[in-house]
Design a protein around this ligand. Structure first.
Ligand code: UD1
Length: 359
């Protein structure tokens, strides 16, 4: 029987990273299984992405759902151990920095199954972020590390990863963007909210921004100040939804809430916008490639290439409105550069290396 690659996904940001790798391995006739942990389960957090991205139905959905970090990660590990023992994959591929990624890397490495990490080596150096813990541990456990940017290779080398285990393959999430850009379409949301030509998009869901009432209050004040300047659309992530709704943010006549959007609608909305305010990781990268100014409401980023090459700038609640004024006045952060190897062919490069690893 030919070698088996088992992909573990589970949360929204995993899907656009996995899609090009799966498609490129399919072309090379590699035997594959797609496991969805069920970390994200609402139709607009998961199913719509499978449809928009043309991902195959998961072979297995473990239906784990939400919980505290320990409860959720442990449930995933328990279920994944059974799957790995049953399927005996030759390589487990994990993506990004979510709890599903960590759970799969821990289980695979303890079973002696080789693990590959797509989007390895990113570091915010902020240990209050659960994702930073997930990144560092996943990289430590992985046998094959695929980096999206050169800084990631430096971090991995400093942490003792041997050069032959790390590969600079570029950004597969951008493969998905390049492939589907012609189909981006934010028009439904624009017309339903009767947005003017110039509007902004915001997303906020990090525990660091929405969990603490005092921090949330400062963020809401800052977002209302943005709304004083430009219509602002905020697709509301389930985490923090109740707090945001109770905060009065959406009482502002120019701040509009929507449900979480699918991939094509969301990026259509972003592509047509004057600027984005976010605390997401992936959106910093997508705005860089789309050339849309991005203001990241965080003290740090694990994606510095979006600042050095792209359209991203780190802001605080105090200077957000001033930065919006600067962008609307024509002084936005943009270098107009797309980072190296964010070219739509990362999945192909990853697949070539996977085939070598399996040989
Ligand atoms: C997770 C990732 C984060 C990523 C984000 C993208 C971790 C540690 N965090 O955060 O890095 O940026 O996904 O969306 O893995 N919920 C629903 N429906 C769903 C999924 C979640 O209602 O389909 C609610 C639940 O109340 C849940 C909460 O959202 O408790 C948080 O979900 P969880 O998957 O734990 O983390 P995210 O905040 O989504």
């Amino acid at each position: 029987m030919s070698a088996l690659v088992l992909h573990v996904t589970g949360a929204r940001p995993n899907f656009p990273k996995a899609a090009p790798v799966i498609a490129a391995l399919e072309k090379r006739s590699v035997r594959q299984l797609l496991v969805h942990t069920g970390q994200h389960y609402d139709a607009n957090m998961s199913e719509v992405f499978f449809r928009d991205l043309g991902l195959p139905e998961p072979d297995l959905n473990l239906g784990i759902g939400s919980g505290s970090h320990a409860v959720q990660t442990a449930a995933m590990m328990t279920a994944l151990e059974t799957v790995f023992l049953d399927e005996r994959p030759d390589l487990v591929v994990v993506y990004g920095d979510v709890n599903s990624t960590l759970a799969a890397a821990l289980v695979a490495s303890k079973l002696g199954i080789r693990t590959a990490h797509v989007e390895a080596g990113l570091r915010s150096f902020d240990w209050t972020m659960p994702e930073e813990i997930n990144r560092v541990v996943t990289d430590r456990l992985s046998d094959v590390l695929f980096a999206t940017s050169a800084d990631a290779l430096v971090h991995l080398a400093r942490e003792g990863v041997a050069p032959d285990r790390m590969h600079f393959t570029g950004n597969p999430m951008i493969d998905t963007l390049v492939r589907l850009r012609d189909r981006f379409d934010g028009s439904r949301v624009v017309s339903e909210l009767t947005l003017p030509t110039a509007y902004a998009v915001a997303t906020m869901h990090r525990p660091g921004n929405v969990d603490d009432p005092a921090t949330l209050g400062r963020m809401v004040t800052a977002l209302r100040e943005v709304g004083d300047r430009i219509d602002l659309v905020l697709p509301v992530h389930p985490r923090g939804r109740a707090q945001l709704e109770a905060s009065g943010l959406f009482d502002h006549p120019r701040v509009h809430a929507t449900e979480p959007l699918g991939y094509l609608e969301f990026l259509g909305l972003v592509e047509g916008s004057a600027l984005v305010v976010t605390d997401s990781g992936g959106i910093q990268e997508e705005t860089t490639v789309l050339g849309v100014p991005c203001l990241t409401l965080r003290p740090n980023t694990e994606r510095p290439v979006t600042i050095t090459h792209g359209t991203n700038r780190l802001v605080t609640t105090d200077d957000l409105a001033g930065n919006v004024d600067a962008i609307l006045g024509g002084g936005g952060p943009t270098h107009g550069l797309v980072p190296p190897l964010w070219d739509g062919a990362a999945g192909e490069r990853i697949a070539d290396i996977v085939v070598d690893v399996l040989a």
